[in-house]
Write a protein that binds this ligand. Structure first.
Ligand SMILES: [Zn+2]
Length: 72
């Protein structure tokens, strides 16, 4: 059963805050270990995605990897 989390969009210029259900993206589970579940959120405002790690009842945003690589 999916749970919604209260999150804020990490993308620059957006800053949307609200409750979101995680996406069911199988890529999110690549390399996942039992104690660290990674989920994907998609922002309803800017429609960009980001990943977060589930820790207990909370989620911790992961760095925006693709964006960091795009910067030169
Ligand atoms: Zn956003």
């Amino acid at each position: 059963m999916l749970t919604s989390y209260r999150v804020s969009c990490p993308h620059a210029g957006c800053e949307w805050i609200g409750s979101l259900l995680p996406q069911t993206d199988t890529q999110a589970y690549l390399g996942a270990v039992v104690s660290a579940k990674v989920i994907v959120f998609q922002c309803p405002k800017c429609e960009r995605q980001w990943r977060a790690k589930v820790v207990g009842d909370d989620v911790i945003r992961l760095p925006l990897e693709s964006r960091a690589k795009a910067l030169t």
